[in-house]
Ligand binder design. Structure first.
Ligand code: MG
Length: 376
């Protein structure tokens, strides 16, 4: 933990706190307690078996949602320390930001969203909040993890106006068009730095994209040339790792410098000032343009590669089949999942919670159990 927080950093003492009042922790800060609760929850462990881009069984070295979340936390913490933001809060937000993700990455999210079209849709940020507010069953006194307001706010990265209206205080900023804490803003960009870079790494490792293709992408090519200059003749994995390491560093340094300058210009004195200012955590326009090109490259060449499309298509069918089956025949759901006493949650919400909570391999297995006669 950094010793000195800036006046515009989030502080537990100035927080609206938790939904259910609890005694202050004895040996750690309130945001450390949040991080610890997140690490110990079941949804966090499931991240290990959820897809980032490559489905879990495709290879042991690819990122999963768990390793992705840890990388986001690492990047976010180093930026936070430089800007004197609250590292404990940023770590909690980073580790929790993908808790509500469905199995099979964006394919799973899109499929469940399509299934839920008549019921208000499915949105993974909102589901992450639902995990920490409602679904985790770990404490005697409350449902969920009873996290601090700022942690929950950071988890709810996006939200439609319609959904924001149903959420009370945590949704209010979307209606008022105000910003969340700088820590929440930072978690967003740390997420981007992490996935752009690790997807290049995983993409190259899988052979679905090549270094030759990346010649035209300045952010990569420039650092690749620099690596060759410092280590003539370097090749293979080592050259790729050095290049990606330098890219991450360039993005992080640019993010720190640009954000520091914007914070200075905004003359912030408190978190309240942060909320009323425009977004302040940002890349320079030049770096933003390069990052956007890299993102486009990944979208066109990796995320829509025909082999990724095949997996995406299977994932979509699995999620859609499960949703359709559970909606048509509620009796197929396990009773200990389905009914809680006095639970007014609608059938569709239960099905969505069940499917969203599945790991990739659990969803594949469950699909077999429901649709295959020779599977129990
Ligand atoms: Mg993420």
């Amino acid at each position: 933990m950094n010793d000195e927080l800036a006046p515009y950093a989030a502080r537990p003492a100035a927080s609206p706190g938790r939904q259910f009042a609890e005694p202050a922790p004895a040996s750690r800060s309130e945001f450390q307690r949040d991080r610890d609760r997140i690490i110990h929850c079941a949804a966090f462990r499931r991240l290990e078996y959820k897809t980032q881009v490559f489905v879990n069984h495709e290879g042991d070295l690819f990122r999963t949602r768990l390793t992705h979340s840890i990388e986001v936390a690492q990047i976010a913490r180093s930026v936070a320390r430089n800007l004197q933001l609250n590292e404990d809060l940023i770590e909690a937000i980073s580790l929790a930001h993908d808790l509500g993700h469905t199995p099979f990455g964006h394919a799973g999210q899109d499929a469940l969203n399509a299934c839920m079209a008549d019921y208000g849709g499915f949105e993974h940020n909102l589901q992450s909040l639902r995990v920490v507010d409602v679904l985790e069953e770990r404490y005697g006194a409350f449902d969920g993890l009873n996290l601090m307001f700022e942690t929950r706010e950071g988890i709810l990265k996006h939200c439609s106006t319609a959904n924001a209206r149903t959420l009370g205080a945590i949704g209010q900023r979307f209606l008022d068009k105000k910003q969340p804490t700088l820590e929440a803003q930072l978690a967003n960009l740390a997420d981007e730095i992490a996935y752009n870079n690790h997807d290049i790494d995983d993409g190259l490792r899988s052979g679905l994209i090549t270094e030759t293709q990346l010649d035209g992408i300045d952010l990569y090519a420039r650092h690749r040339r620099e690596v060759e200059h410092v280590y003539p003749g370097i090749s293979g994995r080592r050259a790729i790792s050095e290049t990606i390491r330098q890219m991450i560093n360039a993005l992080v340094v640019d993010l720190i410098d640009t954000s520091r300058e914007r914070i200075r210009e905004a003359r912030l004195e408190s978190v309240d000032d942060v909320r009323n200012a425009p977004p302040l955590i940002a890349f320079s326009p030049a770096m933003q343009a390069q990052a956007t090109l890299l993102k486009q490259f990944l979208r066109e060449n990796l995320y829509r590669h025909y082999l990724v499309n095949r997996m995406t298509s299977k994932a979509r069918r699995i999620v859609t089949d499960l949703f359709t089956a559970f909606m048509a025949e509620p009796g197929l759901l396990s009773p200990d999942y389905e009914s809680r006493e006095g639970d007014a949650t609608s059938q569709v919400r239960k099905v969505a919670d069940y499917i969203a909570g599945m790991t990739d391999r659990y969803a594949i297995r469950e699909h077999r159990r429901i649709f295959r006669m020779d599977e129990l």
